[in-house]
Design a protein around this ligand. Structure first.
Ligand code: SF4
Length: 433
């Protein structure tokens, strides 16, 4: 979502004359768009500002802006702690960036904008063309979260759930497609909680997918990130009815232990999750699932961890993320006693080894088979080498002549490693015409 936000922040600042530069010391405005999910994210921001201070030591000081979730969480504290920062702007207030910059240029007054003003944000953004022209583009449809998992900062930094109006999203999608986008990834912290009530009609995520599925020059649709509790029947049926919806779903479970899921306040249990997977497989037997796993949540026992391993073996996830719990200030879990770090590291290693083995076996299954790829890039160092992704989001490198970015082609996979697939061009896909 930060990639989407950064792009939109750029679109806004471009209207008052800013351009991107790849040469840091040429910049007269230095903006860091921050994420609060990772460990020690706040300190990393101050380090980055420290680096900028050094780089600009003998140059004119740039205007320094910190945006995003760290800005939201730290607010005024940032300006107090680091006077090199001029403007702090939260993720729901970045539509104000033009006024804040212009005001700073006139009055030289530092500013802190961290209100949850999400309705006005998207009203402002719809007036500015989304200039992104990537083959695969992000499109935010929903922000914020009402779930309050005990380990997570999102409900505090992005605020309550808000769904953008249906037509506003479809209009933005059409602009992206006119700019060359072939794949749209619908985004939301809780993307499948999307629900926009307009003229007494309720539009869901499934309504958006069905509508996008009708657009001829759009080839692929994806969405992320989903909560198991919001995997409704209409959404599951999209995997049966919409040929452009790719058959991979990122569905975080975090733990396979009902006891830990309850401690986390996840609002679903293992059986509920398994039932969803069953329904998804019934809708489309080719569907694959990726997930997030948190190891060492406060109170997790060896038995709880064994339940998680059991679940992983049962489902056989692909392309998943895993990490050791680390406390986020202000969340209920931050108050809890941490487990033994060495034990947690061992658990993570065990879990990651199993996930890697599944990934390896998954990739091995591609060998000597045909695979449909959407070409995203041509590699600089080799005239015939391209990069694309298959329908499961696997990264694929391949050699081809007479291809162009955005083509949908079939390639034959001839080798693989844990992360990537490698192949050669076979045919263009007729759907691409
Ligand atoms: S559902 Fe996701 S975004 Fe919401 S609180 Fe839980 S982990 Fe955070």
């Amino acid at each position: 979502m930060n990639e989407y936000d950064s792009n939109r922040i750029y679109d806004l600042t471009a209207t008052i004359g800013f351009n991107k530069t790849n040469i840091k010391t040429e910049a007269d405005c230095f903006l860091i768009n921050t994420c609060h999910i990772r460990d020690k994210s706040t300190e990393k921001v101050y380090h980055e500002i420290g680096r900028a201070k050094k780089d600009f030591r003998n140059l004119k000081k740039p205007l320094v802006i910190v945006a995003g979730c760290v800005a939201q969480a730290e607010s005024n504290e940032m300006i107090k702690r680091e006077p090199y920062i001029d403007i702090v702007i939260g993720p729901q207030s970045y539509h104000k960036i033009k006024d804040l910059i212009l005001n700073f240029e006139i009055k030289k007054e530092k500013a802190n904008a961290t209100e949850f003003d999400v309705v006005r944000k998207f009203d402002e953004l719809k007036k500015i063309t989304n200039s992104q022209n990537k083959i695969s583009s992000y499109l935010t449809i929903q922000e914020g979260c009402d779930k309050f998992c005990h380990f997570c900062v999102v409900p505090y930094t992005r605020g309550p759930e808000h769904s953008r109006p249906f037509k506003q999203i479809i209009d933005e999608a059409k602009i992206l497609i006119a700019n060359g986008t072939k794949e749209i990834i619908l985004l939301g912290q809780n993307v499948n909680a999307y629900n926009s009530v307009e003229n007494k009609r309720s539009y869901k995520l499934s309504s958006l997918i069905l509508e996008l599925n009708k657009i001829k020059s759009l080839k692929r649709i994806r969405f992320t990130t989903s909560h198991p509790k919001d995997m409704s029947e209409d959404l599951i049926n999209c995997y049966k009815d919409c040929e452009k919806l790719m058959p991979i779903l990122h569905l975080p479970i975090q733990s396979g232990s009902d006891r830990v899921l309850k401690l986390m306040n996840r609002k679903h249990n293992k059986k509920y999750y398994l039932d969803i997977i069953k329904k998804l497989k019934n809708a489309n037997r080719d569907i694959k699932i990726s997930s997030d796993f948190m190891v060492g949540y406060p109170g997790e026992t060896k038995e709880d961890f064994a339940d998680t391993i059991d679940l992983i073996k049962k489902i056989g996830f692909v392309n998943s993320y895993s990490y050791i719990f680390s406390p986020r200030p202000g969340t209920p879990a931050a108050e809890k006693k941490l487990g033994d770090l060495n034990e947690n590291k061992n658990r993570l290693k065990e879990l990651q080894t199993i996930l890697e083995n599944f990934q390896y076996e998954n990739n091995r299954n591609y060998l000597k088979k045909d695979c449909e790829i959407l070409i995203e890039n041509k590699l600089n160092n080799n005239k015939k080498r391209y990069f694309g992704r298959d329908k499961y989001m696997n990264a694929v490198f391949f050699d081809a002549n007479n291809c162009k970015i955005g083509d949908l082609i079939n390639i034959k996979i001839n080798s693989f490693n844990k992360k990537n697939l490698f192949g050669v061009y076979k045919t263009h896909n007729m759907r691409a015409a």
